[in-house]
Design a protein around this ligand. Structure first.
Ligand SMILES: [Ca+2]
Ligand SMILES: [Ca+2]
Length: 389
């Protein structure tokens, strides 16, 4: 994939044009939501390592690997990890770095120091916060918010994935303390009886991850993928590996799992940016959140519909083609486009009818009174990608 030479169209002009179009058309197409494989890659890279298998599959299905050199980044950079991470990401995979938090009891400075080491040593896509608490009080939520904020200072596009490993309270999603929450980590036998927390239904599926281990049957693996879809989990990993460490190899049915996820995803339209099976207003919101942020390195989930790594006007055109009919005559002229102030009021009203309120990984676009139409022109929000892939 060509990820260089982003051609940028003026985002504000296109945004207004197509927001107006969207307001005049409620049409959307509905299909199955997407799945991403999230692998706790707690195995050492090198020849014949599972990293090689993951890299071979990275072009077939979306994969995020959690690297974990030594219960964190370790004490020195490791060239084998540098090679494995770079090869995996060049093939299309994403990598986030493991840190643990002892349910809020680990000194914050130790956690942020681990994050600093990852940022200094490896070209990665975010941080995985293990042993995440799942209750209040606010001090504990603020502890995780501090981790989240620190990670975002490394790169605003970095993902923070938090792992309570079970049910958690909505505040962890909203504070926010994480872009994605791992809300199931258990044996395959515990997967069918699991009932998601009701509040999770109000969020996009790419906010949630399920890990299933000790699942010996490939047939049950396929059933577990269906369960994940039904339960609004967009991230999934199923393995036949077992305790004490079920994450030290890939499952024997790895290739079947990749193929099954790829088959599910093959029905997703390119402008379904939040991968919920519909091309609609939520996807436009996500594109809007990222259009000034990504000149390269973006994925569909960021608003890149044509696969060139940039989020720009070309992707907006694809969204328009897939979500709506052509705008009526007269709408597609600058004179017919509402002023930003009046448009924001209309949008704020439209938001009350929408089920999903938060979707963006990089900057949640929620229907709130301070709804913004344009990304602010501050240096931080307009920062371009810091490392080419
Ligand atoms: Ca969508
Ligand atoms: Ca693009």
């Amino acid at each position: 994939m060509n990820r260089s030479s982003a051609h940028h169209l003026p985002p504000a002009k296109y945004l207004l044009l197509w927001l107006a179009t969207a307001l005049l058309s409620a049409a959307s197409s509905s299909q199955a939501p997407a799945l991403e494989i999230v692998v706790p890659a707690y195995f050492y890279p090198g020849r014949n390592s599972p990293w090689v298998e993951m890299t071979a599959a990275a072009d077939d299905a979306p994969i995020t690997a959690i690297m974990n050199p030594g219960n964190g980044p370790g004490n020195v950079p490791d060239n084998n990890y540098v090679s494995a991470v770079n090869a995996f990401r060049a093939a299309g995979g994403r990598v986030i770095g493991y840190v643990y938090s002892s349910y809020g009891n680990r000194p914050l400075a130790e956690v942020t120091a681990d994050i600093d080491r990852y940022a200094a040593w490896y070209a990665i896509d975010g941080i995985f916060v293990d042993e995440m608490a799942n209750t209040g009080p606010a001090e504990r939520l603020n502890y995780y918010k501090s981790i989240y904020d620190h990670a975002k200072t490394k790169d605003p596009k970095w993902e923070v994935m938090g792992n309570p490993g079970t049910h958690t309270i909505e505040a962890y999603a909203d504070w926010p303390t994480a872009d994605r929450l791992m809300v199931f980590e258990n044996t395959g036998a515990q997967s069918p009886p699991y009932v998601p927390s009701p509040w999770t239904a109000n969020y996009d599926s790419d906010r949630f991850v399920h890990l299933v281990h000790t699942e010996p049957s490939a047939e049950n693996m396929a059933a577990a993928l269906d369960l994940a879809l039904q339960r609004n989990a967009g991230g999934i990993y199923i393995t036949d590996d077992v305790m004490n460490n079920p994450w030290d190899r890939l499952p024997t049915y790895w290739q079947a799992e990749v193929a099954a996820v790829a088959a599910i995803n093959s029905t997703i339209q390119s402008a379904d940016f939040n991968e919920d099976g519909q091309v609609d207003f939520d996807d436009l919101s996500r594109w809007q959140s990222n259009v000034a942020l990504f000149a390269a390195g973006a994925f569909r989930r960021h608003g890149d519909a044509n696969g060139d790594g940039a989020v720009d006007g070309a992707d907006l055109l694809l969204w328009q083609q897939q979500a709506t009919s052509q705008p009526p005559v007269g709408v597609a002229s600058p004179a017919a486009i509402p002023e930003p102030a009046s448009l924001s009021l209309v949008l704020a009203g439209a938001c009350f009818s929408r089920r999903r309120l938060i979707g963006s990984l990089t900057r949640p676009y929620a229907c709130r009174p301070h709804l913004r139409i344009f990304p602010p022109a501050s240096p931080s929000s307009r920062k371009r990608i810091s490392h080419e892939r």
